[in-house]
Write a protein that binds this ligand. Structure first.
Ligand code: SF4
Ligand code: SF4
Length: 300
């Protein structure tokens, strides 16, 4: 069955592709080719690092402001290499920015692995391959994040960065850094034949770190209980884990509160009753809000 793309998903797809292009642009603007190939002659050219924006999803600089993957920063610190103040500030900036919006908005809107995972979803549907929805609990990735930092401390180097599939896409396109390509291939095979979205839902350590930050996020999916017809289509569409919608669907909450929500909007786009929308701020706990919805005068 062909699914039409909703407005939020279309916007997200544009952002995902623009983010991929953004990392390829600096080498091209500096006169280099893609995949680390120098396409110029013998004359002197600027290095891509001299542009306004340069880097990868692990580490970049925009208008002189450093941006650092917070998990990579933790791994480097645990490895004993130390980080300059500017690196720490770059990681803190990323934590605060995503923390305020939704930690896993990075996963939903920026990370190329999620984009590839969605492509695998579409391919699996087209090929008619049936796999289980969840084979691992979504909290496993928090333990993976902790393990990655602990092992980095033990072995003295940032272990995940050497096999990370996240940087593999943009580093490969821009600089021909293909470390992580093997992980990416394993993820595609696992998601095609083992379990739907197993990497992003349950294993990715960066997703685990952003999951922890996610509970502070101010961008939340809100439900109108009166409109909901309990068709379950939002759960089928959820890119994180369908179980995170349960408190809102059962009437125990008015927002999707779990830190795992990646604000992807797939549920909002899919809902036939328009019962879901995005709202700003952490709305009050469910019990009180429910009474107010039923009897606003009595509760005021
Ligand atoms: S609850 Fe909705 S917005 Fe959050 S991850 Fe699931 S589909 Fe995306
Ligand atoms: S898709 Fe909409 S109507 Fe259906 S269960 Fe989810 S919120 Fe309710």
């Amino acid at each position: 069955m062909t699914r039409s793309m909703g407005k939020i998903t279309l916007a997200r797809r544009i952002v995902q592709v623009v983010m991929l292009g953004l990392f390829c642009l600096p080498p091209l603007l500096a006169g280099w080719g893609l995949a680390g190939l120098y396409a110029g002659g013998d004359g002197e050219v600027a290095t891509p690092a001299e542009g306004v924006f340069f880097g990868s999803l692990s580490s970049s600089a925009a208008a002189g402001i450093p941006l650092l993957d917070p998990l990579a920063a933790l791994e480097v610190l645990a490895s004993g290499y130390g980080l300059a103040a500017v690196g720490l500030a770059g990681a803190a900036l990323v934590v605060v920015a995503y923390g305020l919006v939704r930690g896993r908005a990075f996963c939903g809107w920026v990370c190329p692995v999620n984009l590839i995972g969605e492509g695998v979803d579409a391919l699996r549907r087209r090929l008619g391959i049936a796999v289980p929805e969840r084979v691992l609990d979504r909290h496993v990735k928090i333990a993976v994040a902790a393990a990655v930092v602990a092992v980095s401390a033990l072995v003295g180097f940032p272990v995940f960065e050497t096999v990370s599939p996240i940087g593999a896409v943009n580093k490969g396109l821009a600089f021909s850094g293909f470390a992580g390509a093997g992980t990416l291939a394993a993820i595609v095979i696992a998601e095609l034949f083992v379990s739907r979205r197993v990497w992003c839902r349950s294993l990715c350590p960066l997703g685990g770190l952003f999951q922890v930050l996610g509970r502070a996020g101010q961008m939340n999916v809100h439900i109108n209980h009166d409109a909901c017809v309990h068709c379950g289509r939002c759960e089928e569409a959820c890119l994180a884990d369908p179980v995170i919608l349960a408190p809102a669907l059962s009437g125990d909450d008015v927002i999707v509160r779990a830190g795992d929500c990646m604000a992807c909007g797939a549920c909002v786009d899919t809902c036939p009753a328009r019962a879901l929308s995005f709202s700003l701020g952490r709305l009050p706990a469910r019990a009180q809000t429910r009474r107010e919805e039923r009897d606003p005068v009595a509760e005021s």
